[in-house]
Design a protein around this ligand. Structure first.
Ligand SMILES: [Zn+2]
Length: 344
């Protein structure tokens, strides 16, 4: 399904470069000056109507400042990464556009939102005064890769952190919190065997009705419960190859699987399946921006259910042997994140 950009408090187009957001990108020795500048920032209202003007400091300005060190001595740059540090004063996307530029900012907001949603509701629980530090890497023609997120939340009163890490023996890098637990919850009786990341949840503020699992084409898709196939491949232009399964007994829930690879002939309306039975392979068909499974649960015609409420969930953890390398990576990324400077 088409991704909508997450926003805080309204459509981003209304005021994409307005003065409501206090933003800084910290580069090397300029950090001290920016910290000082941040402390002097007046609070500005959320509605964007204020005539108060805060001059945003962007990466270009800082890079040309005489006090800036040569690029080679900046450890973030030397690591092939960039850092954006923002203090929330309005829409998250606006802040990241100002911090990271219009080219990468909107996509960065999307990728960062996928971590924030595990801590707070987005956008409603991202509050003015929250701070966010992100380490990321630009990639040509792909969304940026986020290596670390540090989020200081007024809602939870906590500092939340997530780090990208690929454990030895695993195919995919994932996000982990400091103690080595996965950031994302996993579902029991999962509709898909393996995946890289959940790229959309019901509670991510995008009005999307399903959970999107990013996974290579050909990943095994299974029935989450025993049921009967009701139909397949309707609305092909948007859904691509798709299956609707009605739960036998129980609550009579409906499960929709969209954007699948071509379906085997054996999948026909009326076919009975047991829980865990292979239904199809994931794909990238219909209106799909990248290979993924769209998994949607409904009750009756109109009631959308959250799979994370309907499935039992658990959190996977790194093994003791994987943890050594993880802790070294956390230490490296923490060093690059530095101390929070955009904060309260
Ligand atoms: Zn979807």
């Amino acid at each position: 399904m088409r991704p909508n950009l997450p926003t805080l408090g309204g459509p981003p187009k209304r005021n994409p470069f307005g003065p409501v957001v206090a933003v800084s990108v910290i580069l090397g020795a300029a950090a001290g000056g920016v910290w000082w500048w941040k402390q002097r920032m007046p609070d500005v209202p959320m509605d964007g109507a204020s005539s108060q003007s805060a001059t945003p400091v962007d990466a270009g300005t800082l890079a040309q400042a005489p006090a800036a060190p040569p690029a080679a001595t900046d450890p973030v740059k030397a690591a092939g990464l960039e850092r954006a540090s923002i203090r929330i004063e309005g829409p998250l996307e606006t802040a990241l556009v100002q911090a990271a530029g219009a080219e990468v900012g909107p996509a960065l907001a999307q990728v960062v939102t996928r971590t924030l949603v595990w801590w707070v509701r987005v956008p409603g629980e991202i509050l003015r005064g929250d701070t966010l530090d992100v380490l990321y890497q630009r990639r040509p023609n792909e969304e940026p890769l986020v290596y670390a997120v540090r989020f200081i939340s007024g809602k939870t009163g906590q500092t939340h952190r997530a780090y990208r890490f690929q454990p030895g023996g695993e195919t995919n890098a994932r996000y982990y919190v400091p103690n080595g637990d996965e950031l994302e919850l996993r579902m029991e009786h999962s509709p898909i065997d393996s995946y890289e990341q959940i790229t959309s949840l019901l509670r991510d503020g995008r009005g999307h009705k399903g959970v999107d699992f990013r996974a290579p084409v050909g990943t095994t898709v299974r029935a989450p419960f025993a049921g009967v196939v009701k139909r397949k491949n309707w609305n092909f232009g948007s859904n691509g190859n798709c299956i609707e399964l009605i739960e036998s007994g129980g609550k009579g829930r409906r499960a929709l699987f969209l954007h699948l690879a071509e379906l085997p002939k054996s999948v026909q309306a009326g076919m009975r399946v047991s829980a865990g039975q292979v239904l199809a392979q994931s794909g990238n068909t219909g209106h799909s921006f990248a290979p993924h499974l769209h998994y949607q649960l409904m009750l009756g015609e109109n009631r959308v259910l959250d799979p994370f409420d309907q499935h039992k969930t658990f959190r996977a953890s790194l093994t003791a042997t994987q943890k050594g390398a993880y802790e070294a990576e956390v230490q490296r990324l923490d060093g690059l994140l530095g101390t929070p400077v955009a904060g309260k």
